[in-house]
Design a protein around this ligand. Structure first.
Ligand code: GLA
Length: 370
């Protein structure tokens, strides 16, 4: 009895001493502040974050392990960076992220195996003939198979879910597929092939179709049509990724509610794969800065609006808890976001839950209060 009592007494005194000397009271809030997003949401979703290999060597690494349970490589596993030459893979970035995930017991999502953007030019070019010409459908599918097999096999057992195909549906109301080179050369077939190649390389990995702007009902209907067609053919598709690049003026509660309701009827998992909430009104096309863009201060008004949108999104995510299995933020903190250069080049944005000093913003408080 004495043996147990004494160390317990020492431990308790140490805690009381620490709090008395720091002038802090032991309150529910101080206990709560030790928790990360992953802990608040442990009974809901896997909370994730997009990372670069460089970020894992900075103080952001501590924030990642404290707050998140999952990571996605922001760029390192895209076709261009990981497969820059026909017979040349560059594994360094992907391997260092995979090693960090293993070391710190984080889950890893793979992103992305087939996308029209950040794909190297060689992929579509047959240079074995002079002059070089565009590859045939057979050649392109063979290259896609080799690429997917090599990348998925390398991270088999480490990556639990892949964004197999990214953004193939057109934004134009009267067009079904985006007229990418993949589509021009292969027609729609490359989508099902990509899923089949990924499944053959790792039958245990969960395979996702990932896209943006699903809150638009016309685009959403086309995505649902494509997913249903894949399901009807027995193609191994296990989830749908909603990127979630949103802003302070969209989506509305009604839009997001309807979007999640429609996708949940597909009977496959939903993940929010690239969440950020820009503090500027949504614009879809890239443009240069204008004089009206020069004031980029993170004002209390911007902070308030962003907080409200984050609160609304997470209320709805929790409503669809049965269908949503993961939520990944696109970038770690307001120190750096792809939105600093898109849609307006060189305009600072503040889209995340952590500020430039890696401290939780007010929006964080709203997200974890439920
Ligand atoms: C898309 C892609 C991501 C990333 C973002 C912008 O959403 O899926 O990989 O490139 O655009 O950073």
């Amino acid at each position: 009895m004495k043996k147990i009592f004494f160390p317990a007494l020492v431990f308790l005194s140490a805690i009381i001493f620490q709090f008395c000397n720091s002038g802090k009271k032991i309150t529910a809030a101080s206990v709560e502040s030790a928790k990360g997003l992953k802990d608040f949401y442990k009974d809901y979703f896997l909370m994730g974050v997009a990372v670069s290999p460089q970020s894992l060597k900075t103080d952001e690494a501590g924030l990642i392990t404290e707050q998140f349970a999952s990571m996605t490589p922001e760029n390192a596993m895209k076709m261009g960076p990981i497969h820059p030459g026909i017979n040349f893979y560059n594994w360094a970035g992907g391997d260092s992220i995979a090693a960090f995930a293993k070391r710190n017991n984080l889950k890893l999502r793979g992103h992305t195996l087939c996308w029209h953007s950040q794909t190297p030019r060689w992929f579509f070019t047959d240079s074995s003939v002079v002059p070089a010409k565009q590859v045939t459908k057979e050649q392109l599918l063979q290259r896609l198979k080799e690429h997917i097999t090599a990348v998925v096999t390398r991270y088999k057992g480490t990556i639990y879910a892949w964004d197999v195909v990214n953004e193939v549906i057109s934004d134009k109301a009267d067009e079904y597929f985006r007229p990418s080179l993949f589509f021009q050369i292969c027609g729609e077939e490359f989508v099902e092939k990509a899923f089949e190649y990924a499944h053959a390389a790792d039958p245990d990995a969960l395979l996702f179709y990932n896209d943006y702007n699903e809150i638009n009902p016309v685009k959403r209907e086309k995505i649902i049509r494509m997913v249903k067609a894949l399901q009807a053919k027995g193609i191994p598709i296990h989830g749908i990724g909603l990127q979630g690049h949103w802003a302070t003026n969209e989506p509305s509660r009604e839009q997001l509610d309807k979007t999640l309701e429609d996708f949940s009827k597909l009977g496959i998992k939903i993940q929010i794969t690239e969440l950020d909430i820009s503090v500027y009104p949504k614009e879809h096309d890239a443009r240069d800065r204008k004089s009206s863009d020069y004031d980029t201060t993170f004002t209390p008004e911007k902070e308030q609006k962003q907080m409200e949108v984050y609160k609304m999104c997470f209320e709805l995510f929790r409503k669809y808890k049965k269908h949503i299995s993961g939520i990944t933020f696109w970038n770690i903190s307001d120190r750096r976001s792809w939105l600093d250069n898109f849609p307006v080049r060189g305009r600072k944005d503040y889209p995340l839950l952590f500020d430039k000093n890696l401290k939780p913003k007010k929006a964080f408080g709203e997200v974890v209060s439920f």
